[in-house]
Design a protein around this ligand. Structure first.
Ligand code: HEM
Length: 409
């Protein structure tokens, strides 16, 4: 067994296999911080010496520092357990190359660009809710939260909507398969491979017949004066699909699960629609879904203890966003809370490119859903369970129900 670097012993914990996270989601980070302190080491179970132990950080300050300081914390893989053999661009690059690729993505995802497509986002959302509003119930993830951002994204990429069910099916596998010893890593990689084959076909098509979609823009773009090779184009499209879809799907499920149990908040959305952006912002803090990672660039001290170069450091954003030293009474959902600066979208050189799109999709979902379905609850008041993937804390099987007659009256 490899020696942990500086922390006395390792802890038996992996976020995707932890029962506490599956039962209590974000509250679990608080327990871990209380039990184990600022940081702790776990045995990863991976054979390579540099990955034999991983360090988890648990405080806002340490996690923010790791996200910002790319000189000390180089880019690890986004997902702790998955080895693809191909870097995700830009997610797994460091400056200065990072900036060149990000510069291509920032304009199509700017606030102004998102405003341009707001009507389209709204149409996607409304059409979906209209499909099941009269049923009085829905499977939230498969009937709404997967299809909605996937449909929006397919328009951006210029992919025909008739392929939506196939993409949604693949995205559900990728976003909902927990990483564990039962081979689900293979399932995820196979689904990603299928998406990659589809994306390659789209790239070939757009090379032959360019359009005004994002894929065509990336094909035409230049890095250091030259077009991107095929593997880079593929990698950019894949990170956009993953970054753009599973995040919003997961965030929506947490937000609506919370609303289904909080009548006062639903009422506020209906009576005071201008408060919707604040509710979205607080959900981003409160439901910090992402778990990301970095690698140490040298021997150093992290989370109060020494660590060697090349070690993976795991950064649970949900722990940072519920740190009481940063957010007073952190487990209270309070849209009027003043000191913001949550790090739901990361921080520093890799901060989220899709922030404006994500916030627009979340805001529009609240507006459109509550216009048609102001009152709803969790089906049979079933207690919530959560699932963990390598990179996200998700909500298990969220089913919502409502009284159709109440709205007709
Ligand atoms: C609620 C929704 C979202 C959340 C919570 C979220 C969260 C994050 C976080 C925490 C990071 C930084 C990861 C790190 O530093 O290791 C990130 C990066 C990224 N996000 Fe998002 N994201 C969301 C939506 C989106 C959307 C809609 C897109 C679509 C374009 C997107 C695209 C990306 C990309 C491309 C990166 C990598 C940036 C880089 O490495 O330079 N995200 N996101």
């Amino acid at each position: 067994m490899a020696e942990p670097d500086g922390i006395a012993g390792t802890v038996d914990f992996k976020h995707w296999a932890d029962e506490g996270l599956k039962e209590r989601s974000f509250e679990r980070w608080k327990e871990l911080r209380a039990e184990l302190g600022r940081s702790f080491d776990v045995e990863s179970g991976l054979p390579s010496a540099e990955d034999a132990t991983w360090r988890y950080l648990t405080t806002y300050e340490d996690i923010l520092d790791a996200l910002r300081d790319y000189k000390r914390f180089a880019r690890g893989t986004l997902q702790p357990g998955i080895e693809r053999g191909m870097p995700l661009i830009p997610a797994e690059l460091d400056p200065p190359d990072l900036g060149k690729y990000r510069a291509l993505l920032l304009p199509p995802f700017s606030a102004a660009a998102v405003r341009e497509i707001e009507n389209n986002i709204r149409q996607h959302c409304r059409a979906l809710v209209e499909r099941f509003v009269d049923d009085g119930h829905c499977d939230f993830v498969s009937q709404f939260s997967t299809l909605y951002p996937t449909g929006v994204f397919m328009d951006l990429m210029g992919i025909p909507q008739k392929e939506l069910p196939e993409y949604a099916r693949l995205m559900e596998i990728i976003t909902r398969s927990p990483l564990d010893d039962s081979g689900n890593q293979r399932v995820i990689l196979e689904a990603e491979q299928e998406v990659a084959e589809r994306v390659l076909a789209i790239i070939a098509e757009r090379k032959a017949t360019p359009g005004d979609d994002l894929v065509s823009q990336l094909i035409a773009a230049k890095i250091d004066g030259a077009p991107m090779p095929l593997h880079e184009l593929l990698s950019m499209c894949m990170i956009l699909l993953r970054g753009g879809l599973d995040t919003v799907v997961t965030q929506l499920a947490h937000l609506f699960a919370h609303l289904a149990q909080t009548p006062a908040l639903r009422q506020r959305i209906v009576e005071e629609p201008e408060s919707v952006p604040k509710i979205v912002e607080e959900s981003l803090r409160f439901h910090g879904i992402t778990v990301t990672a970095r690698r140490t660039a040298s021997d150093m001290e992290v989370g109060g203890c020494p660590i060697r170069e090349g070690r993976r450091v795991i950064l649970p954003i949900g722990a940072a966003n519920r740190d009481p030293s940063k957010f007073p009474d952190p487990d209270r959902f309070d849209p009027d809370r003043r000191n913001g600066h949550h790090i739901a979208f990361g921080a520093g050189p890799h901060s989220c490119i899709g922030i404006h799109l994500a916030k627009a999709e979340l805001r529009i979902a609240l507006e459109e859903w509550h216009r048609l379905i102001p009152e709803y609850r969790i089906e049979n008041e079933r207690p919530l369970r959560y699932f963990m993937t390598d990179a996200f804390v998700g909500v298990e099987g969220l089913k919502l129900e409502w009284d159709v007659t109440a709205f007709a009256a």
